[in-house]
Write a protein that binds this ligand. Structure first.
Ligand code: ADP
Ligand code: VHF
Length: 386
């Protein structure tokens, strides 16, 4: 192989844990690691995003998945994660390679400096042919500061390492036009526009977190980053090579054809909404036409506590998200500036800086292939009119 191929593989809980007994499915793990070992020997650089800590830890705290609350799941994750990693390490060693664990939170993925640190660690692990295994640090993540599903987490990782493929292995062969347990469900082999499939993917299995919906959202994030997503059944011999070699049925979500800069990809793939701005119709027109950045007198309302450098989601007055950008000011500063339009910005905030709330060069105008994110509930984050 001339240039090394890089792939991110995501393994769902339903593959790793027996649904009834909530114990590890060694046979599956063994087949997976044998395949990954072979692919590493062929020169592939691979990252595994693995679920399973909660499912495998539930027995220790004496709960079934359907009765476990958030605290139970956090405790179960703390119990199940070492069990999972121990098994991965033992099996990998049988195939003559090593594994490393990286537990991340949503902030690690959303804050650019930490994101780049994670990337550098992974690149260093590749040099030693060690398989990085990533999971969300569920035991410390709180409800409103959580990725919540490893599908989107794995898409962010694929974006991070500029992977060739994101391969999501699950308990079904791929995407159907409705839940495959319903009669007449039709298999979908290729997807260009993910938004056409969001409605048909609402239900999930007993152990899974987000079902097909989060796989579609992940596929969209991968698309934005120029990465092709493959969704396939994991319960099969050589689960990864068989899809890479196109030997069996799977769903392929094509990468978006348009090349985007790392900043625009960064702005398009968000896991959480730090803050939102609603702006006037005139501002929508001028910003969309790329005539200028977003100014303080464009603001109608503001929601969320944010800091300088956070990504803000910008909506029109009808509630449609049309742009995202990096803010030059904190939420407190933005409110003060908007409420005192007659004052110089320097006099309001106490230091000399740029005047745009979001500079034109730091704005992404959303296109059809970017999925809009809903603004947070007003009960969680009050809206402040300006
Ligand atoms: N349109 C659909 N196509 C395929 N599977 C679907 C669809 N809608 C719902 N599902 C369900 O999604 C489940 C897979 O999601 P999930 O259990 O969260 O997997 P994982 O644990 O691998 O992340 C399948 O068991 C399937 O029943
Ligand atoms: N972080 C959680 C898994 C979250 C998740 O996305 O689960 P799944 O939908 O089964 O991939 C765990 O390790 O149990």
């Amino acid at each position: 192989m001339s240039k090394k191929k890089r792939i991110v593989v995501k393994i769902g809980s339903s593959l790793l844990a027996n649904e009834e007994k909530l114990t590890l499915r060694y046979a599956f793990m063994n087949g997976l690691m044998a395949d990954l070992g072979d692919l590493q020997d062929q020169g592939y650089e691979i990252i595994l995003t693995s679920s399973g800590s909660v499912a495998l830890g539930l027995n220790m705290i004496g709960k079934r998945p359907e009765e476990a609350g958030i605290l139970d799941k956090q405790a179960a994750a703390a119990c199940g994660q070492p069990l999972l990693m121990n098994a991965y390490r033992q099996v990998a060693n049988e195939y003559n390679f090593d594994v490393a664990q990286m537990l991340v939170t949503v902030e690690d993925m959303e804050e650019r400096r930490r994101f780049l640190n994670i990337k550098n660690t992974m690149l260093r692990l590749f040099e030693n042919q060690i398989l990085p295994i990533i999971n969300e640090n569920d035991s410390i993540a709180t409800r409103d500061l959580k990725v919540g599903d490893n599908d989107r987490l794995s898409a962010k990782v694929a974006q991070m390492v500029e992977a060739d493929h994101l391969i999501i292995l699950t308990s079904v062969e791929g995407l159907y036009d409705r839940d495959p347990s319903e009669p007449g469900a039709q298999f979908i082999e290729e997807i260009e526009d993910v938004s056409e499939h969001l409605e048909s993917t609402k239900s999930i299995s007993e152990l899974g977190s987000g079902g097909m919906l989060t796989k579609m959202l992940a596929a969209n994030m991968a698309q934005n980053a120029g990465v092709e997503t493959i969704i396939a059944d994991g319960i099969i011999e050589r689960p990864i090579s068989s899809v890479l070699n196109n030997e069996r049925r799977h769903t392929r979500c094509l990468a978006s054809g348009k090349a985007a800069s790392p900043l625009m990809i960064w702005l398009s793939n968000r896991l959480q909404v730090a803050g939102t701005l609603v702006v006037t119709d005139e501002a929508v027109r001028a910003i969309t036409a790329k005539e200028r950045g977003l100014q303080r007198d464009d603001l109608v309302s503001i929601q969320g506590e944010f800091s300088k450098g956070d990504v803000l989601h910008v909506y029109d007055e009808q509630g449609n998200e049309f742009a995202r950008g990096l803010t030059n000011f904190s939420s407190e500063e933005t409110i003060l500036m908007a409420r005192n339009p007659e004052m110089e910005i320097e006099d309001v905030i106490g230091y000399k800086t740029k005047s745009a709330v979001v500079g034109a060069e730091n704005i992404l105008i959303l296109e059809d292939h970017h999925l809009q994110l809903d603004a947070p509930e007003e009960d969680d984050k009050p809206v402040i009119s300006l």
